[in-house]
Write a protein that binds this ligand. Structure first.
Ligand code: SF4
Ligand code: SF4
Length: 338
């Protein structure tokens, strides 16, 4: 069954960018050192912030992210420390290079998932987006991690450069032995917003024609698939994750956002001051989340209005869903979705 993954009211997700440094320069990268910081946080500070971010009353899922988090020489120690603190699950979002011998320094039971970014089923497509040599290195890394017994998922960011290849991913992932697949939609942020030449963003029509069908196909191969909802009909209910759920996006400069679309602006809800999570005075993103508009997501309307469409009376033709709202298909579902 295809289902909308409801925001879980009692779950908390902490997306911890422990550094912004990376060995790659992907065309869709959203890291913005001016707004996110340029440094690598020390293990000491990361551990203090992890302690400040956990809530023993609620399940807290932790995602180590960057930059490339495996460039942090102490990542293995941080994973072990977070486990001890009681984080319910730990995921590492990586580009598959697995630096600093991380696969030798942690055990499969200590990391719930390594979530690997791969943007093509072949090197011609992936390397056009993520850089020369990245495909071979990433696929080798995936094979090595699987052979050691780690759980792996693959994240594919769909853009004009690789939408034609998405259909090849289900059989490719099946051959590799990947059981979880996240399809992302490219935003109008970071480096992708500056790429005038390629116009990477997809239209609603392209998205609807390709993504759900490929997702259903992957599920028939036994792969658990998640993809963003993106568009809602006007009759569908809109909810802002920042109002009904708890997500925290932490950056090395101490900024803590609740919404990923706000991350290019000084609109963060909290900031770490002397290692204490400190709310910021208005105006910040929290005041924006309260606004109700017929177009759905307020931040989308402010920063990516190109996603919207209006009829002759000036009414929105559809709403933009929260970027954190996902559709999920469980493996083995025989039907094609519309
Ligand atoms: S691997 Fe991730 S952090 Fe590095 S350039 Fe690519 S998108 Fe950015
Ligand atoms: S993307 Fe839009 S709906 Fe989602 S948290 Fe941000 S402001 Fe709210």
């Amino acid at each position: 069954m295809t289902k909308t993954v409801e925001f879980q009211k009692n779950a908390r997700n902490v997306f911890f960018h422990i550094l912004t440094l990376c060995n790659l320069r992907c065309r869709h990268c959203y890291i913005n050192p001016e707004q996110h910081g340029k440094g690598m946080l020390s293990s000491e500070i990361i551990k203090r912030w992890l302690k400040a971010l956990i809530d023993k009353e609620k399940e807290t899922n932790l995602i180590f992210i960057g930059g490339e988090p495996t460039l942090h020489p102490d990542l293995h120690l941080l994973i072990k420390a977070a486990r001890k603190m009681g984080y319910a699950s730990i995921t590492v979002d990586t580009n598959g290079f697995f630096f600093n011998h991380i696969l030798e320094k942690v055990m499969p039971g200590e990391v719930d998932y390594f979530s690997v970014g791969l943007d093509g089923s072949c090197k011609e497509i992936n390397d056009l987006i993520r850089g020369k040599g990245s495909y071979n290195k990433c696929v080798d890394g995936i094979k090595k991690a699987l052979s050691k017994g780690f759980n792996l998922s693959v994240i594919y960011t769909v853009s004009q450069l690789n939408i034609h290849d998405l259909k090849n991913m289900p059989s490719f992932l099946k051959r590799l032995g990947i059981r979880r697949f996240f399809i992302q939609v490219i935003g109008i942020r970071g480096r992708s917003a500056q790429d005038e030449k390629h116009k990477l963003q997809l239209t609603r029509k392209q998205w609807a024609a390709v993504v759900p069908k490929v997702a259903a196909r992957a599920a028939r191969f036994g792969i658990h698939v998640t993809y963003p909802t993106v568009f809602l009909d006007n009759s569908e209910r809109f909810e802002c994750a920042a109002v009904v759920a708890e997500n925290y996006f932490i950056f090395p400069n101490g900024r803590v956002y609740q919404c990923p679309l706000c991350e290019d602006f000084s609109l963060h809800s909290y900031v770490f001051v002397q290692n204490k999570l400190t709310p910021r005075p208005p105006i910040n993103e929290r005041q924006l989340f309260q606004l109700s508009i017929p177009e759905g997501c307020v931040m989308n309307k402010l920063i990516q209005p190109g996603n919207l469409g209006y009829d002759k009376q000036g009414r929105p033709k559809y709403k933009i869903a929260c970027c954190l709202l996902k559709q999920e298909i469980n493996p083995g579902t025989p039907q094609l979705i519309q």
